[in-house]
Design a protein around this ligand. Sequence first.
Ligand code: ZN
Length: 509
Amino acid sequence: MNIRINQLGYTPSMRKTAVLQGRPADTLQVVDGSGEIVMTVPISPDSAQIWGDDVYSADFSALTQPGFYVLRCGDIASWPFSIEERPYASCLTALVDMLYYQRCGEDLRPELGGFAHPACHTGPARVYGTQELVEVTGGWHDAGDFGRYIVPAAKTIADLMLAWQWNKDAFVPGLTRLPEEMRYELEWMLKMQRADGGVYHKVTCALFCDMVMPHEETAELILCPVSTTATGDFAACMAMASRFYAGIDAAFAARMKEAAVRAWNFLDRTGPMLFKNPEGIRTGEYDDVTDEDERLFAHIELALATGEEKYADAALRALETIDRSAAPLGWADVRGYAAIEGLALTGKAGSLCREWLLGVADSLLARINAYGITMTESLPWGSNMDVSNDGMILAQAYALTGDMRYRIAAEQQLHYILGVNAVGYCFVTGFGSKRVLHPHHRASVVNGTPQPGMLSGGPASGLMDPAAQEHLQGAPAGKSFIDDHGSYSTNEICIYWNSPLIALIAALS
Ligand SMILES: [Zn+2]
């Protein structure tokens, strides 16, 4: 028997639902900081059978008085939690600051709570298959490894710009460093573009390194070939960022718009060039089966950034033919960004996107399970990204319609990440009562303690690493998680898992 709650707490106005694994009594008590029972609420009589448990729920939304509480049922208590106006503010700041510690190519300071180290990967990179050397320093390390890849960088940047866009009017303190932090990545992305407009897929060493600090990885850096997925994502992000920075630094914005146009022109005259790791390269492939979605995303962003008809025409043509039954916000499938950003287009294109986004949001609502998320049968590698992504779509649907069902479901995605899940972890390092202590993150392993502000990948039902295979045989999908630094398929960290959570918290703040 366990009582699962959001370990970081709730705002007074939120819907608050405890999820119980078992039902030793009919009611749940809310106990305040002085030990007094302030409320008794019924536990649902019916259970859902999921991931090996009979799961019940209890709604304590009537609790709105700020303070510290625990929930009790018989002898069992939940972790303590708070009711307050900004329960996620420090978590949001740490999630943004994590990106600082992913920075490559400069001396990192400890002030933001992470691990300092000297500048890494400062030499030039060699273009694969040639002797040509290119200066591509900067940007963020992708994940627990130190590679820098354009497609996941694009997902991260798109999420962060949405986070900012969703908060233009409601100032959220944790986001104030975003323009400076995103610029560090955007400046690197600009270096990854060739003069002809094509964009290199990634820069890494040939192989993943051992568990060492970033500056201790000193093998040769290799620039892998141009792909049209990287080029399409690049065009979209640069166009999007050119609007974002127009009021901050007009010259920087103009450079990005020019780069976006050059990338789009490359795409326009080039058929699909889908990336596969060339011989001898074994780092993250970030491969894809189509570049149709990246092209659509690029058309839409160029249309919004330039106002030119040729991009809007291309966007409408692509919108009419693309599969609009789903709206993923992935590194491989970026249709969701097209759906969200396309809402700003005029005429038929805009209404197609509205219909698309709300259709997908309704299908998410229909799939929500006892833990509040949409995945039940199998959970993919990095499932916490999918949970956060679903939250973004639902939050956008709420913003469009004002329909509280979307809002409550978006909040449920956040509650799941912060404690209302089958294993009871708060999945952001450094936060919550039951914490992730052993992420697959080299600097945390070297220093023997986890760096704060990193979202763990979360349960992955495929058991895709030796630690998962050793410890999780037979575990149900939602419990296929182990807090072990060897379990890269359930407990790695990366920039594009933090970013949708940043966007989700920003949307709900
Ligand atoms: Zn580096």
